[in-house]
Design a protein around this ligand. Sequence first.
Ligand code: EPU
Length: 419
Amino acid sequence: MDKLQIQGGVPLEGEVRISGAKNATLPILAGALLADGPVVVGNVPHLKDVTTTVELLGGMGATVTIDERMRIEVDPTTVRDYSAPYELVKTMRASILVLGPLVARYGRADVSLPGGCAIGARPVNIHVAGLQALGADITIDGGYIRARADRLRGTRLVLDTVTVTGTENLMMAAVLAEGETVIENAAREPEVVDLANFLTSMGAKIRGAGTDKIVVEGVERLSGTSYEVLPDRIESGTYLVAGAITGGHVRIKNTRPDHLDAVLVKLQEAGAKVGVGENWVEVDMRGRRPRAVDVRTAPYPAFPTDMQAQFAALNTVADGVGTIIETIFENRFMHMLEMRRLGAEIRLEGNTAIIHGVGHLKAAPVMATDLRASASLVLAGLVAEGRTEVERIYHIDRGYEAIEEKLSQLGAQIKRVPN
Ligand code: EPU
């Protein structure tokens, strides 16, 4: 198992290219199951979760090919097996995204129920209840969600909680249902919109994606398509914080500034100069210490839970006291305990972390517990005095393409070494 070694203290300088969004790629690849012909997906990031999804689709019998530029072609016409096995689902919860497409297109799905997760309970009851309302017959048996249906029937769904993959699963189920489906209290994340655009390019009829009310007019069939995934807003935000925390000057390219509003406001509050162009953003914190910021996570367009840990890292070395309130996941503070090992002063009270900025962090070995937690530990390592080692970085490889290469490009002293 590899680890990352980081020699802290270098202000980052330069440009970095942002990859395609993980959380758009995964539903789009699952959505390829809905097509009657081959689907080609471009701007796919080279990530472990993408490999797992390819394995999942391949296991069902889909013909999947990947070229050297990470364009993935999925031909779903060879699918013969309608299941997502526990062995894969336990490594990637987003495997649940095949549930809606399988039921809608093939009338059956056996998808392992995801178990617990390092960041919270993360049930899938809303996915299941929505599919039942669309007419699927669902039982839980042997740890599997077993769904059966003739053609699904459109209906009005009012989601209990705003759920990203829940909205995506139900939208994918509704596109082939008979009649109209209305999804109320839908997630408004850009990745939901990207999925809707992808489905529309296959012939689906969807209105309102990006608002809290999505209306889907079911169609009889969907054709193959070719689609480019949108840039990753969380990877974008992570490199911007890397620039800010190190007192550097970083420009990110191939991004979507309009998806970063809440993050850019916080960077400005922290004292960074932020510049924005059509597809780039730059952050300049040269010669200054960041000011502590208060952050409260909530569904898009509010501040994303997936950026909370990175701003916690920023607060550990900022001037003042910053408060982080996590409202989406009940156990997403594991990184705070690791950052304490670097000398951070953090008090936890329920879903609130109160962080007193300290002058310096000091290097220590730390352990990654989930994807965004590991990113925050790398950020902390970039400013800690001495050599920080981040262990269990398989988490980071699930969601950050070539992170050590991209950070090295910005001047960071970071390398991957075997443990
Ligand atoms: N929830 C329920 N019941 C459900 C579904 C969700 O109670 O049936 C609750 C969850 O427990 C949570 C809240 O609703 O408290 C919101 O969770 P959501 O369903 O939106 O999360 P998700 O769809 O499982 C996606 C991203 C996460 C990201 C969250 C929140 C993907 C593949 N994953 O997860 O990304 O944190 O939305 O924005 O899109 C990551 O990339 O590191 C990551 C964890």
